[in-house]
Design a protein around this ligand. Sequence first.
Ligand SMILES: O=C(O)[C@@](O)(COP(=O)(O)O)[C@H](O)[C@H](O)COP(=O)(O)O
Ligand SMILES: [Mg+2]
Length: 399
Amino acid sequence: MTDVIATYYFRPREGVTPEWAAQAIAEEQTTGTWTDISTRQNYVHYLDGVVDEIHPSGGGYTCTIRYPSEIFEPGNIPQYLSVLAGNLFGLSRIAAVRLVDVEFSRDIVPFKGPKFGIEGVRKLAGTVDRPHVGTIIKPKVGLNPKDTAAVAYEAAIGGVDLIKDDETLTDQAFCPLGERLPLIMEQLDRVKSETGRNVLYAVNISSAGDKIVQRAREAARMGANMLMIDVIVCGFDAVRAVAEEPGINLPIHVHRTMHAAITRNPEHGIAMRPICRLVRMLGGDQLHTGTVSGKMEHDVTELRGDNLALTEPFFDLKPTFPVASGGLHPGGVHKEVSMLGRDIILQAGGGIHGHPDGTRVGATAMRQAVDAAVAGISPATYAEDHPELKRALDKWGIA
Ligand SMILES: O=C(O)[C@@](O)(COP(=O)(O)O)[C@H](O)[C@H](O)COP(=O)(O)O
Ligand SMILES: [Mg+2]
């Protein structure tokens, strides 16, 4: 059995040595506590966490801690997190601590990973290597099912590859999932017969732990071609439960709403990297990781590393499709593609539905921006003979 290696950034309180702080984390997360105890048996020793290395970093230190994989109950993600990311965050003699990354050992990754992954999603959408364009139905909530489906049709016929519910839309009375889903699939069938394109719709099935698998089954029965889960608010295991459910063969789009409460502070919390590794191993086919030009806080170096964690070899798991979303518009596409590559889903809500000529043209403008980026042509030049893109650039400029 090999060890699991976690990397932490930490800053000890004044008067506390980095050695003491790192050791306190290793003990707190494995077999120790704040004082020696009389109940300890020698045979417990093999489960001790071991501080490997400590290096100064920024205003603090980074350390790697080895966790014997026997401390983990194979397949039990909540238990993994209680060890890797549990009590340590509250230790008062450590001013700040952040879980930066985890190197999992194969024996605690009994999961199958994404069913589709980048290649499988590309096959469904009929693309080879260009970035995908996605949109979020806006306004986030409030539209009735009929109007929601009408917006979906406009975006799909305009050229998007993916349509998704917003993270706050589930099965509320003003837009019941059971009405919205069939109406949207009907519109996407219409687009398929009119254009031959298979547009994906990620229906948000986020719900209580004892309901989410049943909601996934119902969505599949109603003709869904993709599912969406808010992983942080539902819990990581919800992704596994849906991904491993026999009889449900649908890609899973993973939204990370609430992530910034734990990922944003560069000194304290959990970085996006471990979250990327978990979502990939649990079966997420697509995952929001951030943009280089959008409205959300972002660190380009971290972001590129996060996207690599989704796509680099990781045992034999398929790569997960990174999603760049949040304040994106056609004028930002060239920057996203040049910094993040082509295996990316560029998702725009306001950046499509806010186009001066409406949703359909907004979608076309995003596709044109992608075509320009793939062809290596600047958006301004491409806009000279693509009026849809021009109108978008006139409104939002070039990032
Ligand atoms: O509600 C929103 O803000 C979005 O629908 C984007 O809409 P806009 O395109 O209109 O901004 C997404 O939820 C964010 O992208 C989430 O952030 P992240 O991808 O960073 O997790
Ligand atoms: Mg949203």
